[in-house]
Ligand binder design. Structure first.
Ligand SMILES: Cc1cc2nc3c(=O)[nH]c(=O)nc-3n(C[C@H](O)[C@H](O)[C@H](O)COP(=O)(O)O)c2cc1C
Length: 478
């Protein structure tokens, strides 16, 4: 089904109103859009040069030892020259078995020099185009992929629905409290390497179902890291404390927080592969930000309590995300078409955008002193900046965060600043080839690189062709 068929902003506005999306509003005038999104934002003791952020976007294109590869460099050069002043450096594993794929970045004492060169390339490319880097913020996102790590998963607790969706046996061992405590120190070691590489901002990835995100929903876990909100936030609070103890105020500290887990979805073959939630019982005892009596709805009480705790522990900036790409991708990334083989949208994508804006807006208004980055704009295509400007202007978010859209159109920020509009011929259509590529493991590296085949054809056109051709050959084998 084709959802995005609007020829004008008024048509989109009318559909949003008809669907009851009260949190989706737009600024129409290009001059106003560039003025609003061009505003500087104070983050910790620093000033970020405009209100636009490139979300952390993995390319699955590192070397097998975690070193940034040729395409990693290419992506960051394009981002650095693209004009967004908040350039969130992608998920970078703090240890080998914390990687979600064989080509995920992984910073080590052996390859830190390559990260230093890449960081300095980002700064010099940005400097060459914009004449300054003191207003450019580049947080490195540290991660442990937990349940989605390869080849061995690490889980924080058992949720039978997530176990089912992730093929996890019910007796699979759960990471112990002592192991978690040791892992905290490995985050600090990762931070020391990030510092050596020149990064002055650091992000903890607490989202998308990965280990730290899973801990947030571990309401039934026993011991020091489960149950109460104090226990569920303990890991990140301890890491933040250890970072402050070791590095003082050197780092601008950020967090990408998954603020609504929802439940796992599967496709319903009897209804044209539309996504449906796996059956759940009420009250639903798992998950973060979910209403136990209706886990398809958010309940932000716990989320607000957690943010309060993290703010006290020293975070300067929060990137608000929702959902898990492995079990309910439509929640985090409202899409036009799923990645091939996955379920179709269970709702109008505008309702997904509305959920993003509603949650981020409520949180930003609750914490006006903590700048936040919003997510879920790509589906709006050329009207993403119009909605972002409305959210920034009303105080419902401080930064417009752009994910898939930035892969398709890395210089979107430059165009917004110069013209107040995007070029319709370059804008992401959310047809999800980037994710499809991410899920392809059938080459000699055990992982295909990801990017935007429709709008970055030169590189990713041949790559997606190769991935399809190899699949065809493998399927034809007896
Ligand atoms: C190819 C790809 C790579 C991604 N890599 C990361 C990542 O490294 N860290 C992260 O927090 N989110 C990652 N995400 C999620 C995006 O940052 C973003 O939250 C999501 O795409 C929704 O925003 P959008 O609607 O603007 O695309 C990734 C998404 C895609 C499609």
């Amino acid at each position: 089904m084709k959802y995005f068929q609007y020829k004008t902003l008024s048509e989109l506005e009318a559909e949003a109103a008809q669907l009851g999306c009260r949190n989706i509003r737009f600024v129409g005038e290009p001059g106003k859009i560039s003025e609003i999104l061009g505003r500087k934002v104070a983050v910790g003791g620093r000033t970020v040069g405009n209100s636009m952020c490139i979300h952390p976007m993995e390319g699955c294109d590192g070397e097998l030892d975690g070193t940034p590869g040729e395409l990693t460099w290419r992506r960051y050069v394009r981002f650095a020259e693209g004009g967004a002043k908040l350039l969130w450096f992608e998920a970078t594993a703090i240890r080998e078995d914390g990687r979600a794929n064989t080509r995920q970045l992984w910073i080590t004492p052996q390859n830190v020099g390559a990260y230093r060169k890449l960081h300095s390339e980002i700064e010099s490319r940005h400097q060459a185009v914009y004449g300054a880097t003191d207003d450019l913020l580049v947080p490195m996102q540290l991660t442990h992929s937990g349940r989605y790590a390869v080849p061995r998963k690490t889980i924080a607790y058992h949720n039978p629905l997530i176990d089912q969706k992730s093929n996890t046996p019910a007796d699979y061992p759960v990471i112990s409290d002592d192991e978690l405590e040791r892992l905290e120190d490995q985050y600090v070691e990762g931070a020391a390497l990030a510092k050596e590489a020149g990064f002055t901002a650091l992000d903890l990835k607490v989202t998308h179902g990965y280990l730290l995100s899973e801990l947030m929903g571990a309401k039934l876990r026993e011991g020091r890291y489960g149950g109460s909100i104090k226990n569920r936030t303990r890991f990140a609070v301890n890491v933040l404390g250890k970072l402050k103890a070791k590095f003082g105020n050197y780092f601008t500290l950020t967090m990408r927080l998954g603020c609504f887990d929802s439940v796992p979805y599967v496709k319903d073959a009897s209804r044209e592969n539309i996504g449906v939630p796996l059956p759940y019982e009420l009250p639903y005892p798992h998950g973060f930000g979910v209403d136990a009596n209706d886990p398809l709805r958010e309940d932000l009480a716990d989320v607000k309590a957690a943010i309060r705790i993290y703010q006290e522990a020293g975070i300067d900036l929060l990137n608000v995300s929702i959902g898990c790409p492995y079990y309910n991708p439509h929640v985090g990334r409202p899409f036009e078409k799923p990645d091939e083989g996955n379920y179709e949208m269970p709702e109008h994508p505008l309702l997904g955008v509305e959920r993003h804006f509603r949650i981020a807006g409520e949180l930003q208004r609750e914490f006006p002193g903590l700048p936040m980055v919003g997510t879920g704009y790509s589906w709006l295509q050329i009207y993403a900046p119009h909605a972002a400007a409305a959210n920034v202007e009303s105080g419902d978010i401080r930064f417009f965060g752009y994910g898939r859209g930035a892969l398709a159109y890395p210089h979107f920020a430059k165009d917004i600043l110069e013209k107040g509009t995007l070029d319709s011929k370059q804008v992401c259509r959310t047809v999800t080839f980037c994710t499809w590529l991410m899920r392809q493991k059938h080459n000699e590296y055990g992982q295909f690189a990801s990017g935007c085949p429709p709008y970055d054809k030169e590189v990713y056109g041949p790559l997606i062709k190769e991935a399809r051709e190899l699949l065809r050959i493998q399927a034809a084998k007896p």
